[in-house]
Design a protein around this ligand. Structure first.
Ligand code: ADP
Length: 253
């Protein structure tokens, strides 16, 4: 019996790992198609904005032509944002497979996945998991993706820190009304005003190799689960990202 259970557990873990790998590959492939799909409307924006400037810079500015070039630029920008909206819904609504989820297990698995990256960056990961967390109903792979993204961002935010310990704390706490809360606290560069305002915008990134989709996708995933994801500056240094989720036994409204 025990043998059989172990085999089943291994099988299940392998299946989850495979599904995760498949999603990540899909996102990798999506990056290329996002770039491709966005290029055309963005090129149109640039060309029309250039044309608009040219019409205005004439000795006798042609306002009618300038106006229609500006309108075409607006259309290009609208098309670009439609592409983004489409991609977002594609990623987040891709067949969520909901089941009973023990969030503490997911946090532990994610911390284990990030361990190598943390060690390379001299970051210590600490877990403060409440034993009283109710079961949530959700897509464990999507939720793992969200936590992994927050963890990687936290590690990244501490790369330039030299004057204090690089510490990442992952917490789970029960909240009112059967909600649960997961938070990821770092001692990194923190959030300035502009970053705070734009964090969750698609394609907002301050990193040379960043894509700026992580937080936007994470927020969509959490909202699709009926929760909320937000960020705060810590008092002294660093940032805390946290999300809530309704637990399984909360009455649905
Ligand atoms: P990416 O990681 O590709 O930049 P994200 O959407 O995950 O995309 O993050 C967007 C931006 O938010 C980052 O480029 C960074 O400026 C900021 N950010 C995210 N997490 C943190 C954090 N823990 N501390 C400080 N800034 C952060």
């Amino acid at each position: 019996m025990a043998e059989q259970r172990r085999t089943e557990e291994t099988l299940q873990a392998t299946r989850a790992e495979l599904a995760r790998a498949a999603r990540i590959t899909t996102i990798g492939e999506l990056t290329a198609s996002i770039a491709h799909e966005l290029n055309q409307p963005l090129a149109a924006v640039v060309a029309n904005a250039d044309a608009c400037v040219a019409w205005l810079s004439r000795e006798k500015p042609d306002l009618a032509e300038a106006r229609s070039a500006a309108e075409r630029a607006t259309q290009g920008a609208t098309r670009a944002s439609e592409v983004i909206a489409r991609i977002r819904s594609l990623i987040t609504k891709a067949t969520p497979e909901k089941s009973q989820v023990q969030i503490n297990r997911i946090i532990e698995q994610t911390a284990a996945l990030a361990e190598g990256q943390a060690a390379r960056n001299h970051v210590a990961i600490k877990l403060e998991l409440s034993p009283d967390i109710p079961i949530v109903f959700g897509d464990s792979i999507q939720l793992q993706q969200v936590i992994l993204n927050l963890v990687m961002n936290g590690i990244e935010a501490m790369t330039s820190v030299t004057d204090r310990p690089k510490l990442l704390v992952l917490r789970s706490t029960p909240e009112n009304e059967g909600q649960i809360r997961v938070s990821v606290e770092d001692s990194g560069v923190g959030l300035n005003e502009e970053v705070t305002r734009r964090l969750f915008e698609p394609f907002f990134t301050t990193r040379a190799k960043g894509m700026g989709m992580g937080l936007s996708i994470s927020r969509s995933i959490i909202e699709a689960h009926g929760g909320r994801l937000w960020a705060e500056s810590n008092g002294t240094s660093g940032a805390t990202f946290q999300f809530t989720l309704p637990s399984e036994d909360r009455p649905t409204t």
